[in-house]
Design a protein around this ligand. Structure first.
Ligand code: NAP
Length: 506
């Protein structure tokens, strides 16, 4: 690789007439992979393939099918900014609705012809110029740019509970819902009370069944009321599309003014959210049940759960909260540390995901033969600006470590990430570079700043959550998402090692 080049010098070397067309490979046809495809097509780049391990688009909204599945970010905000959907049926869209939206986007932007389903990346090796990709099927491909759009909530985390495999009834993880199991009149055990467990508890407790909720740590629950949009409202938004854009803008202001600020600094916003959570908890009438549902950490330290219905669900006569620790699973149910056996027919594991895996098990190997896993196994996942990795040129990760993935719309900041990647690809097209990878110094500086900014955030106030990385620090963006988008507005080329095309001289 050539010596680092300053941005100014680089621009003077551009071959404006070169207009080279790179090939691009995207891994994943979820929200971020589709977005990357849309932006490539908009830029006139048609030579790209999206490899998707599943059989449909939609990512997490395809994989999860549990009862009660919904997005706790308002639907008119959980959309691509350029593709409003006047037809959302609820303030908080149900999973299948979002999946249909993703399908619509794939059709409208003519992406399906670029997608190869049922293919998962196994290994990608950089040969100094291109990424050589090998898929699990043995298929091979190569491209100048590789974009991992795999998400981070797709490796189910099975709890390490003795005897789990001995359970005689039906048992499945929330992200592997078994539709063939009829829950009617069954004794159901639900382990986990995160965002997923709470949604399942609300939906399942409405069925004629008994539900035992096994809670290890209580959650703070923010009372955000849902509501159904009437036909008239939907028709109105269809006729006046500006209304959807207005709703998007208002939610954006609300999330920025309230949740974003509350998460990053103590102050009135944090106190307001705490007060709302406490008010919500007081809706639990039985003081003993309320005590067992009361967390001993600050609201938002764990990703806050949004639900108007949860406490109502926990007071339904067919629901039992179990707070004694789980000792083991036996064929007939769960034994808690007090020696009590809770007989069960169905066991649902809403126990979350291995969130630090990102695009792995895909193995990335750079031109020097170094594997990314070996680097990350040692230090934990690290990436410059959350999306690029020193010594791994022309590779971009969407939704990587330290992106703003707490409460808010991930689509909003993914648009900024993809626009950033497109600017880098554009430099290639204009002949300004062949490869680029962030310098170690710029990456270290990014992390120094993150560590500094982490002080005062709610995530370091003392709780266990899936954000915490190997170094004990949360793998989240410690400032407002807007500041993340501002950071990504334009690549700082001085932060990159760049190799340039060699100019032929006569
Ligand atoms: P999660 O937040 O990681 O929660 C996992 C739950 O399982 C926790 O209650 C945890 O208890 C419990 N658990 C794990 N291992 C256990 C064990 N061995 N014994 C007992 N309990 C155990 O996972 P999630 O609820 O699936 O949510 C993951 C993320 O998905 C969310 O944070 C969110 O980003 C996303 N999500 C979003 C939505 C949405 O509407 N936008 C909906 C669902 C999920 P502890 O708290 O004690 O660890």
């Amino acid at each position: 690789m050539n010596a680092p080049t300053s941005a100014a010098a680089l621009h003077t070397r551009e071959h404006h007439d070169a207009a080279r067309m790179p090939r691009v490979i995207i891994l994943g046809a979820g929200m971020s992979g589709l977005l990357a495809g849309i932006r490539l097509r908009k830029a006139g780049i048609e030579d790209f393939t999206i490899y998707e391990k599943g059989q449909d688009v939609g990512g997490t909204w395809r994989e999860n099918r549990y009862p009660g599945l919904a997005c706790d970010v308002p639907a008119h905000y959980y959309t691509y900014s350029f593709e409003p959907n006047p037809d959302w049926h609820h303030r908080f869209a149900r999973g299948p609705e979002i999946q249909n939206y993703m399908r619509h986007v794939a059709e409208k932007y003519d992406l399906r012809r670029h997608i190869v389903f049922g293919e998962e990346g196994a290994q990608a090796r950089f040969d100094g110029r291109r990424w050589q990709l090998e898929l699990r099927s043995g298929r091979q491909d190569s491209a100048e740019f590789l974009i991992a759009a795999c998400g981070f909530l797709h490796h189910p985390s099975e709890p390490d509970i003795p005897g789990l495999d001995s359970f005689a009834g039906a048992r499945f993880h929330s992200a592997r819902w078994d539709d063939s199991v009829d829950l009617k009149d069954k004794r159901i055990g639900l382990i986990g009370t995160g965002s997923t467990g709470v949604q399942i508890a609300c939906a399942v407790s409405r069925l004629p069944c008994t539900l035992n909720v096994f809670q290890r740590t209580p959650q703070w629950v923010f009372p955000l009321p849902d509501r159904q949009y009437s036909l008239v409202e939907r028709e109105l938004v269809t006729q006046v599309p500006a209304l959807a854009r207005l709703a998007y803008g208002l939610y954006d202001e609300l999330f920025d003014a309230l949740f974003s600020r509350a998460m990053i600094r103590p102050g009135p916003q944090r106190r307001l959210i705490e007060a709302a959570c406490h008010w919500n908890l007081r809706r639990v009438r039985d003081p003993e049940l309320r005590r067992r549902l009361t967390p001993d950490y600050q609201p938002m330290c764990k990703r806050i759960v949004m639900s108007w219905e949860y406490y109502e669900a926990m007071q339904r006569p067919n629901v039992k909260l179990v707070t004694e620790g789980i000792e083991r699973v036996v064929p007939e149910g769960i034994v808690t540390v007090d020696g009590h056996t809770h007989p069960l027919d169905v066991l649902v594991l809403a126990t979350g995901f291995r969130t630090h895996e990102y695009m792995r098990p895909l193995e990335l190997i750079n031109a020097q033969g170094l594997s990314l896993s070996s680097l990350w196994d040692e230090r934990g996942p690290h990436a410059y600006n959350s999306l690029a990795i020193p010594q791994f040129p022309n590779f971009f990760l969407l939704g990587g470590p330290n992106s703003p993935l707490a409460n808010g719309s991930v689509i909003l900041y993914t648009e900024a990430l993809v626009d950033y990647v497109m600017q880098c690809i554009d430099l290639y097209r204009r002949g300004a570079l062949d490869t680029l990878a962030p310098t170690q110094a710029a990456t270290d500086a990014f992390y120094d700043q993150l560590r500094h900014d982490m002080d005062g955030t709610v995530w370091v106030t003392g709780c266990q959550n899936w954000y915490i990385g190997k170094d004990g620090l949360p793998e989240v963006w410690p400032r407002r998402p807007r500041e993340f988008n501002a950071l990504l507005a334009r690549p700082r080329l001085e932060d990159f090692e760049i190799s340039r095309p060699t100019v032929e001289t006569a």
